[in-house]
Design a protein around this ligand. Structure first.
Ligand code: PLP
Length: 377
């Protein structure tokens, strides 16, 4: 019996050839020619003031909060239903994450919840494009503007998605992308910070390389250039090997997303009359990047049993993503009931660009049977 993995990274011959080129270039490290080419392409694609290629999205979020001058003790409102990178980034700068509940239908941050949580120490908001679906940026932008808060878009999962005709990754003044192996385009690990403000980009780039300007650039200076350290920066650079892979992957966004879209449409058709699951909802004004495909199980269904059943048949599945406020590390007393409910009931089923029609059909058939076998007594 074939196994059907939950996720699969679409990396092939073109990416391998690009890696071979990077090897022969003699510059495998970060901030080299490929990293620069990637930053240029990102700047053009997103029509932003600057793009910084970094080692991962967590690093991009950290750099964003540093550039936005978040201070210890400041409060930053974060989306609750997500991989917890935003709240972690808030803690990296000794600020306090305040968890905002999400919309039940989309799983994205609820603007009303954000408005309710704003207090005297609030400095900004990190919205998340939940598993690839953009949040409500019109409402979020107006709240942020009204209260003088910064707005960061965590578009880790959302490359290729759109909101009111605009690209996810350009929906807030600062946005962060992930190129982790489980995202829509990937270099294994990788990320980028995008911003309308070139000053923020320069700030982040300097702190992504230990607080000195590009060693690659300095090496081209005639004589004996000695870089000067002006900041206590980090090493968050993206290697040129990874950048080479991403230059190929960026050209494939449309193709890979079309295939994920076809899988989502097929699932929607196959589950249309299935009363034991609620399918993902995509509002009219946005499109989904389908980083994951999550269905919400009816409360009568034992999710762990469904998952065990699917796995026994070689079908990958997972819990989806996290309700951050329930993670013990944050020691919060906040409650986000909608997020907690999604955390308890969602089930992620196989979603990637290389799923075949027959595989999608097998997943649907097995899930329907598993749901019926897992009704709680
Ligand atoms: C995956 C993910 C991240 C982390 O990305 P890395 O590149 O692995 O650091 C951040 N935010 C969200 C919403 C994610 O899904």
């Amino acid at each position: 019996m074939d196994t059907i993995p939950l996720v699969h990274a679409s990396l092939g011959a073109a990416e391998l050839a690009a890696v071979a080129d990077a090897f022969s270039s003699g510059w495998p490290a970060g901030q080299g020619p490929r990293g620069k080419a990637l930053e240029t392409q990102l700047t053009e694609r997103y029509r932003v003031g600057g793009a910084v290629a970094v080692s991962n999205c967590g690093a991009a979020l950290h750099l964003a909060l540093l550039a936005l001058d978040v201070q210890p003790g400041d409060e930053v409102i974060v989306a609750d239903y997500t991989f917890p990178a935003p709240a972690h980034a808030v803690r990296y700068v000794d600020a306090v994450p305040i968890f905002a509940d999400v919309r039940a239908d989309t799983g994205t941050i609820d603007p009303q919840s954000v408005a309710d949580l704003i207090g005297p120490r609030t400095v900004g908001v990190i919205a998340v494009d939940t598993v690839g679906l953009p949040a409500d940026y019109a409402a979020l932008t107006s709240i942020a503007d009204r209260h003088g808060l910064f707005l960061v878009e965590d578009a880790a999962c959302a490359v290729g998605a759109t909101y009111q005709g605009r690209e996810a990754g350009a929906l807030a003044p600062v946005a962060c992308l992930s190129f982790h192996g489980r995202k829509g385009i990937t270099s294994g690990e990788g990320g980028a910070l995008l911003t309308t403000d070139p000053v923020i980009a320069a700030h982040a780039r300097l702190r992504s390389s230990f607080g000195i300007e590009s060693i690659f650039d300095q090496a081209k200076v005639v004589g004996l250039p000695i870089p000067v350290f002006t900041e206590i920066g980090y090493n968050y650079k993206l290697s040129d090997i990874a950048a080479a892979i991403l230059l190929v992957q960026l050209g494939r966004v449309g193709e890979l997303l079309d295939r994920r879209r076809a899988v989502a449409a097929h699932y929607a058709e196959l589950f249309a009359d299935e009363e034991l699951v609620t399918l993902p909802y995509v509002p009219q004004d946005r499109t989904h990047a389908w980083q994951s495909y999550m269905v919400k199980l009816d409360p009568s269904v034992d999710r762990a049993r469904v998952a065990a059943d699917l796995r026994a048949q070689g079908i990958g599945c997972g819990h989806g993503t996290w309700a951050c406020h329930l993670q013990p590390v944050y020691e919060t007393k906040q409650r986000c009931p909608v997020s907690a409910d999604l955390f308890a009931r969602q089930l992620a089923i196989p979603m990637h660009a290389e799923l075949g029609t027959d595989q999608v059909e097998r997943v649907a058939k097995s899930l329907r049977a598993a749901l019926r076998a897992a009704i709680k007594q």
